[in-house]
Structure formats: structure tokens, C-alpha cells
Ligand binder design. Structure first.
Ligand code: HEM
Length: 448
């Protein structure tokens, strides 16, 4: 059979329109559009404008792409666009540069470092919890975005160089830039920069200010030379064991920007999702609060507590399943054979952790939060991929687990959050699916 015939055997998704292909449906309906595709098979053809792309679904095929054939796939054009902000950092780099950077950045996420980040996470969460008053209405989605941003900023730089105002400013700038990037990455390349709009100027000023702050921090750390036991010190002192190579300042800068881009929105979506789902599922909330109180008392969780908080961990798995990244991209670097299909080199490949996690064949009644669905754990490998997997899987996974556990434990122990009357919460996808807007009323938790 000729390659072309086999490619044609792949079903095309419904809803294609002239010129735009499926781009419009995808831009409008985002995660909902992708969730509908598995009904057509595990490999479905899409048209992004005129470009052919394949949607890849199902545990076996995803593991094949992300693990077995990881060398045959690169990252795709969405990441090419992101490079204008993050440069060649871990998320955007490929090949030998990525392998080297991954080795150099890894020590910043070792257990001993995560333990000290957890203290920072605990302090910042307690500051937020202290600032709330009984009966107060809180925009929880905004509060979680700011908290996740300041967590990354303060774990990155624990020295006095990072004032609380600077941490908040970096978090704000990162969110503002990413909002614009998500629109910009869907436009023809270079168009955004040429548009004489006030928002273009504002966004360029945000990008410049963000980079300036990072450059200043690097210069201060280089001058000071001491190990602050934070992410920045870890990046600046990292040395390749084989070659003795260290990162240039430019590389450190790119990796710092990358950690902001990769580590904030994902975590803040999960934190908002967790607080929203507790409010909607009182029985689950009761069990989480009981476990947190019994295992921790008034302590901030330490690394070893994460595995002891068995129910809370299963609840957070459900949250990661429901509030995940809605799509990620790859590109076939060479011709690839999967089962009976042939994917030509250069083809764009899309996959969706969110859609995978809502496939009723894998997760019956997928909208329901049911921590006990993970008892016993019978899922096939590749069915739960909130952090992706393989050599491009999330390097911040243990950081994320630490943060979700600390923030949740320290907030719910003190506060019961209920949805504000009239709240109209929607599932909105930016890079992750968030529950927004999320106005909630905080009530002091009565200890029994
Ligand atoms: C709930 C929170 C998080 C989720 C769901 C998540 C998910 C993911 C996923 C799915 C990927 C793969 C992306 C791709 O294939 O393009 C990824 C990569 C990455 N994540 Fe996370 N992430 C989270 C938190 C974090 C945090 C807190 C950090 C850092 C502080 C981080 C840093 C990174 C980096 C640097 C990469 C690129 C790794 C590489 O390509 O070598 N993530 N993350």
C-alpha cells in the first residue's frame, strides 16, 4: 500500500470549513472540540487552515509517541512562537541542547530542594490565609494565580533581592504576557509585532520589564556568589558532571523565564479547580479536611507527608484529571509508523491530556470528582498524563505536587470556601482548563 493511501485511511474530524479548516472550531470550542474527537478513533485528521495535523489519543498511542518514539518527534510550531518570549529554555529547546539543559536543571528539583521550597510555599499560603476575613468575598481564580506566581518567584529567589512587591510584579507580568501570547501564537507569524495597537505596545513593555527584572536578579546573584538554597542558586551553580559545563547567563535567564511560563498557570488552574470542587462536593471536602487535620495537625506539610495524605492525594489526582492542559503539540521529525498508519515527516501532531482524562471509556462518568475511582489503581500506563511523560515530561512534577498539597492543606484547615451566590462558573481553557470566574465566600472553619 502506498503511504498516501494509508494516510487517507485516517478519519477526518467533522466540522471542517473552507480556508480555516478546523481552526475556528478549535479556537471557539477548545477542549470541548478535542473531547469530541476520540469518538472518531485514536488518530484523527484535522486541518489547521490548510495544514494537515493529526490528533493522537489513547494510552497506547500516546505512550508510543511520547516515550517509545520520543526521538522521532519534536515540539511543533506553537513552541516556535513561544521562543520569542522564553528563548531556548527547557520547554522550547530540542535535541542535544534540551538534553544538556534537562541534566543541568534537574538538580534544582531534587527532594532536598523541594523540602525547602515547601517552607516558602507554606509561608506564602499562610500570609494569604491570614489576610482573609470571615464572610469576605474572594476572587479565588485571581488569588490562586497570584499565589502560584509568587510561589515560583520566591522559590526562585529567596534572598532579599526578591521583595514581595517584586514577586507580585513578576507574577503579574508573566500572566499578562502569556494572555497576549495565547492570542499571538494563533496569528500568522510576525503579524502581532507589526500591529500598531496600544495592547501591542503595552505587551512589549511588559516583556521588556520582565526580562529587565530577571537580568538584574542574575547580576545580583553573580555578584553575591552565595548559595541561597533556591532555584536560582541551583541553576547558577549547576555543572554538567561529564563535561563540567555550566549555564551562561543567557541560558539561566531563559530557564527562569521558562519556569514562570510553565509553572504558574498550570498550578493555579489546579488550585482553583481543587477549591471549586471541594465546594461542590461536601463529602469529599469533609474527608480531605479530616485527613489533613489528623495527619498534620497545624503543621505545614513536609515532603514525606504527601504520600501519607492518601485521600487528599487521590482527590488532587481527580483535580489534575479535570483541570489539565487542553492541548499540546508535537511534530514528526521523520516518517513514523504507528500500527497500520504512516505519519509523514513534518506533520503536526496534537494531543490533549484534558480529553484523555475525560474519555468515558477510561473514566466512567468523567465529570464526577470521585477520589475513590483510584482504588485500586487499575488504569493502563498512559491513561493519566497530567504531566505528560517521557523525556519531555514535566520537570516540575514534584514541585507541583508539593505546592498543591501545601496550599490546599494550609487553606482548607482554616477556611471553608463556598461559591458566592449567583456565581456563574465556566470551564475556560487558556493553556489549562480553569473554573472561572470563581467568586467564593470564605468562612472560618469550625473545629469539631
Ligand atoms: C499542576 C501543575 C503542572 C502541570 C499540570 C504541568 C504539566 C506539564 C506538562 C503536560 C508538560 C509537558 C509539556 C509539553 O509536552 O509541551 C510540562 C513540562 C514542563 N513543566 Fe510542568 N506542569 C505543572 C507544574 C510545573 C511547575 C510548578 C514547574 C516549575 C516550577 C513546571 C515546569 C515545567 C518545565 C520546565 C517543563 C518542560 C520540560 C521539558 O521539556 O524538559 N511545571 N509540564
Amino acid at each position: 500500500m502506498r503511504v498516501l493511501d494509508q494516510v487517507q485511511a485516517i478519519p477526518t474530524a467533522p466540522g471542517r470549513v473552507p480556508l480555516l479548516g478546523h481552526g475556528l472550531a478549535m479556537a471557539r470550542r477548545k477542549h470541548e472540540f478535542l473531547r469530541g474527537l476520540s469518538a472518531h478513533g485514536n488518530l484523527v485528521r484535522l486541518y489547521l487552515g490548510r495544514e494537515v495535523a493529526y490528533y493522537v489519543h489513547g494510552p497506547e498511542l500516546l505512550r508510543q509517541m511520547l516515550v517509545t518514539d520520543s526521538r522521532k518527534v519534536g515540539k511543533g510550531w506553537v513552541y516556535d512562537r513561544l521562543r520569542s518570549f522564553v528563548g531556548q529554555g527547557l520547554v522550547t529547546s530540542e535535541g542535544p541542547l534540551h538534553t544538556l539543559q534537562r541534566r543541568l536543571v534537574q538538580p534544582a528539583f531534587r527532594s532536598a530542594r523541594i523540602s525547602s521550597y515547601m517552607e516558602v510555599m507554606g509561608e506564602l499560603t499562610n500570609t494569604l490565609a491570614d489576610s482573609w476575613q470571615p464572610g469576605q468575598r474572594v476572587a479565588v481564580d485571581d488569588a490562586m494565580a497570584e499565589l502560584s506566581g509568587t510561589v515560583v518567584a520566591r522559590c526562585l529567589c529567596s534572598s532579599s533581592s526578591m521583595s514581595p512587591e517584586k514577586a507580585r510584579r513578576l507574577a503579574f507580568l508573566n500572566t499578562a504576557v502569556l494572555k497576549v501570547m495565547s492570542v499571538r501564537s494563533l496569528m500568522p507569524e510576525g503579524l502581532w509585532e507589526r500591529l500598531p495597537l496600544p495592547s501591542t505596545k503595552r505587551s512589549n513593555a511588559h516583556v521588556a520589564e520582565f526580562h529587565r527584572i530577571i537580568d538584574d536578579l542574575i547580576a545580583q546573584y553573580r555578584a553575591d556568589r552565595s548559595d541561597h538554597h533556591d532555584l536560582m542558586s541551583a541553576l547558577m551553580t549547576a555543572r554538567d558532571e561529564d563535561t563540567g559545563e555550566v549555564m551562561t547567563d543567557e541560558q539561566v535567564h531563559n530557564e527562569i523565564t521558562t519556569l514562570f511560563v510553565a509553572g504558574i498557570e498550570t498550578t493555579s488552574a489546579a488550585l482553583s479547580g481543587a477549591l471549586y470542587e471541594l465546594a461542590r462536593n461536601p463529602d469529599v471536602e469533609r474527608r480531605v479536611v479530616a485527613e489533613v487535620t489528623e495527619v498534620l495537625g497545624d503543621r505545614t506539610p513536609a515532603l514525606e507527608d504527601i504520600s501519607r495524605l492518601d485521600y487528599t492525594r487521590r482527590f488532587l489526582r481527580e483535580v489534575l484529571r479535570r483541570y489539565g492542559i487542553w492541548f499540546l503539540m508535537r511534530r514528526a521529525n521523520e516518517d513514523i509508523a504507528w500500527q497500520d498508519w504512516r505519519i509523514p515527516a513534518g506533520t503536526t501532531l496534537l494531543f490533549s491530556p484534558h480529553a484523555l482524562h475525560h474519555d468515558p471509556a477510561l473514566y466512567p462518568d468523567p465529570e464526577r470528582i470521585d477520589p475513590d475511582r483510584w482504588l485500586p489503581e487499575t488504569l493502563s500506563r498512559g491513561a493519566f498524563l497530567p504531566f505528560s511523560t517521557g523525556p519531555r515530561g514535566c520537570i516540575g512534577e514534584s514541585f507541583a505536587w508539593a505546592e498543591l498539597t501545601v496550599v490546599l492543606a494550609n487553606l482548607v484547615r482554616r477556611w471553608h470556601l463556598r461559591l458566592a451566590p449567583g456565581a456563574n462558573v465556566q470551564q475556560v481553557a487558556s493553556s489549562s482548563v480553569h473554573p472561572v470566574p470563581l467568586p467564593m465566600i470564605v468562612e472560618e472553619r469550625v473545629r469539631t
